[in-house]
Write a protein that binds this ligand. Structure first.
Ligand SMILES: O=P(O)(O)OC[C@H]1O[C@H](OP(=O)(O)OP(=O)(O)O)[C@H](O)[C@@H]1O
Ligand SMILES: Nc1ncnc2[nH]cnc12
Length: 212
């Protein structure tokens, strides 16, 4: 058995089962905050929804148009930075591929290290591995052993949460290494996952809901 097999954390597909509704008061407070910040409308407007991509029936939320608008891109990064600055976050873990677009900027701004959580067989060193099920397929995430120390506080960053399977795998990877996962952060939440909810017992902070 190779090093990668030795470090497997067990995999699993419990995303849907572990999503709990946050207390109503917390959800209402978060909704009020979102409604009050004018940057959120610009972020929402810059997300293109492409029907039937990559498969029939999928309403694909495309962030590439937002990236072409530096002011809006900056608003999104700034909102995450404002939330996590001063919270003793040692690591921002970004999920390949789209978490790599936002994660490093957030990490640099809050003085944290950036940890890439990569798709299989991309990392050269010993890895922890976690498999998961997506809205349109299955996949696996890997993290280098030694990327995070036990007890270090981490935030997981991605562009979008749909079923929550990817974030759940990321949380499991970090916790396998002993990290304290404080929160997950996504630009977009699909409507079936409301404004503010918990995943694997962790809060998920979402800037905007998908418009369709
Ligand atoms: O909440 P979930 O149902 O797990 O889905 C969310 C994930 O799906 C997308 O990535 P995708 O797997 O399509 O990979 P990509 O970024 O490489 O296109 C998205 O960027 C998230 O990582
Ligand atoms: N509807 C969607 N749009 C963009 N990325 C996704 N990942 C999973 N579901 C998605």
């Amino acid at each position: 058995m190779g090093e990668q097999e030795n470090n497997k954390t067990g995999g699993g597909n419990n995303a849907m089962a572990v999503v709990d509704e946050a207390p109503a008061a917390a959800a209402a407070k978060e909704k009020g905050r979102a409604a009050a910040d004018p940057r959120l409308q610009g972020i929402s407007d810059a997300i293109r929804v492409v029907p039937h991509f990559p498969k029939p029936g999928i309403m694909f939320n495309d962030i590439t148009q937002l990236l072409l608008r530096p002011a809006v891109f900056k608003d999104a990064v700034d909102m995450f930075v404002e939330r996590y600055r001063g919270m003793g976050i040692a690591a921002v873990a970004g999920i390949e591929a789209r978490g790599f677009i936002f994660g490093p900027a957030i990490a640099l701004a809050i003085g944290a290290k950036f940890i890439p959580l990569r798709k299989p067989k991309k990392l050269p060193g010993d890895v922890f591995s976690e498999s998961y099920v997506l809205e349109y397929g299955t996949d696996c995430l890997e993290m280098h052993v030694g990327a995070i120390e036990p007890g270090e506080r981490a935030v997981v960053v991605d562009d979008l949460v749909a079923t929550g399977g990817t974030l759940s795998a990321a949380i499991r990877l970090l916790e396998c290494a002993g990290a304290d996962v404080v929160e997950c952060a996504c630009l977009i939440g699909l409507p079936k996952f409301k404004d503010f909810y918990k995943l694997n017992g962790k809060p998920v902070y979402i800037l905007v809901e998908s418009r369709k």
